[in-house]
Ligand binder design. Structure first.
Ligand code: CO
Length: 460
């Protein structure tokens, strides 16, 4: 048993979960030198939805944000969340793009890359794993945690062993919906730790009111690292609060040794910023409502509010409870995919269509069709036979690694973006989000010609 290490998530998951990823770089930079002195194991600052949000909502270059953070954070490891073959977007990208993205992430300052696949299909992780190794970052592979007849302890133990064999430096149990029950977590951590020799990290959310208890039990059970967010951006749909966890283990053999006075300063720094987002209506007080129902529906926090809006727009709010009941049925039909991006959205939307059209699978989204054809990878369990027959309609199922069907695409996008992309980073932004990145880059380089020259010098 040893001291617990802390990954601080407020600059990625914390604000992604509570204020729709709206923290601006200028709100992040002033506190970084304090954060750098706390003694965190790492700081998660990039990836996930931050990349998309920077370009789409903040008119900011995510690559520049990373470089600015790196300039100030000199001692603490910087971590990012990476969606395997989906990178930070929502489709499968070709291998050359995945590799290039990892190369540039490391070059711009990332130390630890947490990679996951929604389906836990390790074939979808292969390219990112190899690229992370090649470019010298710490390789952490995360297993999407889910509850279903196939997601047993044995399933996760076997998956952990496979991940260790693939060369991971550490493993994370990614409980994105905050549904891992404390005693369940205690046993799961114990069994995984028995079977692997690399560090084990645990990631949860406080959404269901059990996250703090889970951390207590998991620490007692031997987990090495846990994810927390500074209180100002912790709790609710975010991670358990850093200070609360630090205090919990103080003066015990698990003590984190983090500088508590600095934590207070950091929490205070973010208070007026949180207040501003609360007043603007971006921070919704509902994000702090405890929602244990999710333990059964397994929908991640943000997904519920999205679905309510989706149904409001169709004037069908009254059918929301029916949709909630439909979700587990759709999930079963699809072979129990874990409900994490992009599958949470896909399953949710299909459940809405099943209820609103009044007939199951009368309408099927393109994404669900692709999933059933095997284009997202191997489902955890078998897909409903009738649904599969209906969708395949005589076509052959894809059994290979989905990315094997994709031609390299970096050069093609490079040619397309000659007019507005000035660096490999720009091209990668364009590949992930073609429309919005094009508009963003055109605006960025037209604003200030001097800037263009600087960027060329610095990065080509
Ligand atoms: Co999370």
């Amino acid at each position: 048993m040893s001291k617990i290490k802390i990954t601080e998530t407020c600059l990625r998951d914390g604000h992604q979960s509570l204020i729709a990823t709206r923290l601006k770089t200028c709100e992040i930079l002033p506190i970084l030198s304090e954060m750098d002195k706390v003694g965190y194991h790492s700081m998660e600052v990039w990836g996930g939805a931050t990349f998309d949000a920077c370009i789409r909502y903040l008119n900011e270059d995510p690559w520049e944000r990373l470089r600015e953070i790196r300039k100030i954070v000199k001692n603490t490891k910087l971590q990012m969340l990476f969606r395997g073959q989906n990178i930070l977007g929502y489709r499968h990208y070709a291998d050359d793009v995945v590799e290039k993205f990892i190369e540039k992430s490391v070059e711009n300052g990332i130390d630890i890359i947490r990679i996951f696949d929604a389906l836990n299909d390790v074939r979808n992780l292969k390219t990112s794993i190899d690229a992370t190794k090649k470019h010298g970052a710490h390789l952490q592979v995360a297993m999407s945690y889910s509850i279903s007849p196939v997601h047993t302890h044995e399933y996760y133990v076997n998956l952990s062993k496979e991940i260790e064999e693939m060369g991971a430096d550490s493993i994370c149990i990614k409980d994105m919906s905050g549904i891992l029950l404390p005693y369940e977590g205690y046993e799961l951590v114990k069994e995984i730790k028995k079977n692997i020799s690399i560090p084990l990290e645990l990631h949860t959310h406080s959404t269901c009111g059990i996250g703090e208890m889970l951390y207590l039990k998991a620490v007692e059970s031997g987990v090495d690292i846990i994810d927390t967010a500074i209180s100002t951006f912790g709790g609710g749909t975010s991670q358990p609060s850093t200070e609360s966890i630090v205090k919990t283990f103080e003066k015990t053999k698990y003590s984190t040794d983090l500088d508590f006075d600095r934590l207070k300063k950091i929490a205070d720094y973010f208070k007026p910023i949180r207040e501003k987002y609360l007043n603007e209506g971006i921070l919704n007080s509902k994000s702090y409502f405890i929602n244990p129902q999710i333990i059964e529906t397994q929908l991640p926090g943000g997904m519920i509010s999205n679905m309510i809006n989706q149904m409001k727009a169709q004037g069908a709010e009254d059918k929301f409870d029916e949709v909630l009941k439909e979700i587990p049925r759709v999930r079963e039909d699809l072979g129990y995919p874990p409900l994490v991006t992009p599958l949470s959205q896909m399953v949710g939307t299909q459940a809405v269509m099943n209820i609103l059209s009044g007939e199951k699978y009368k309408m099927i989204s393109k994404e669900i069709k692709d999933y059933v054809k095997g284009l997202y990878g191997k489902p955890p369990s078998s897909i409903n036979k009738d649904l599969k027959r209906k969708i395949l309609n005589g076509e052959e199922e894809v059994l290979c690694r989905p990315a094997d069907l994709l031609e390299n695409e970096f050069e093609k996008f490079k040619k397309e973006s000659l007019e507005f992309a000035k660096s490999d980073e720009d091209i990668l932004s364009y590949i992930l989000f073609p429309q919005i990145a094009k508009t963003f880059l055109e605006k960025k380089y037209n604003q200030n010609d001097n800037q263009v020259i600087n960027i060329n010098l610095e990065f080509d």
